[in-house]
Write a protein that binds this ligand. Sequence first.
Ligand code: KMH
Ligand code: ZN
Length: 310
Amino acid sequence: MSTEGKVIITCAVTGAIHTPTMSPHLPITPDEITEAAIGAAEAGAAILHLHARDPETGKPDQTPEAFARFLPRIKQGTNAAINITTGGSPYMKVEERVRPAAEFKPEVASLNMGSINFGLYHLVQKYESFKFDWERPHLEATKDLVFRNSFKDIEYILQTCYDNGTRFEFECYDIAHLYNLAHFADRGLVKAPFFVQSVFGLLGGIGTHPEDVQHMKRTADRLFGSDFRWSVLGAGASQLRIAAQAAALGGNVRVGLEDSLWAGKGRLATSNAEQVTMVRKIIEGLGLAVATPDEARQILSLKGGDQVGF
Ligand code: KMH
Ligand code: ZN
């Protein structure tokens, strides 16, 4: 099957950045996460990047039990490839973060390629009050928080998942993270094709200027040649602009409420599927086509949806 001109849409449905006060549409409970994921897949997402939350408070929850409440249902409801976060939340230790991916052996797991400041504290001023007690401190304390992903941490996640056939979404928030990936490639600890997810616009990472996007691609091209598949995610309002630029340059795209709550200026997205539909229109408007889950599997050399542990 030819995958020429096919663009993989990843949808990250809830994440650990946004808090329940910020949008009534942020999926929180297992039912909501299941419905959001299946809706995104029906709209055209080939990969679903998943986090879990406490159903009562919406707080990020990285226990395998929390993931077990929705993974089998999502698998049953869609052919999309499932990607489990190993980033969890920047407050968690790496041993806690890797547990769901280690236990459920997904086709894809995220892998954050370097330590960064992870600023969310500037969001606090937008809200007069918060629905849950944990939200304000969760955001404010990021002023003094390093999202730790040392070489040892990265190696630990790689080794923990190595025998499971799980492949990685290498989350690169800055140019240096591409060099870190090249370092692990030199050591033979990661296998091509590398699925490079470039992250733009997080406070602490690279910005959202078109030159930033170009520079990320140029550097990845130089370091990895034909050994990588490029994808982008733009945080907040930059989401679709960056997706459009990357798709025009031959890249893949990630959308979803994890990284942006928006569907236009000042308008909250009412679902993840809405953002997938918007980016799909951009892709098709460029004369490209959206990759099906099986095409995404071929492009990224994934093991197959029947090889997972859930
Ligand atoms: N929300 C992204 C910027 C992970 O889950 O490993 C980062 C992310 C991390 O998706
Ligand atoms: Zn994530």
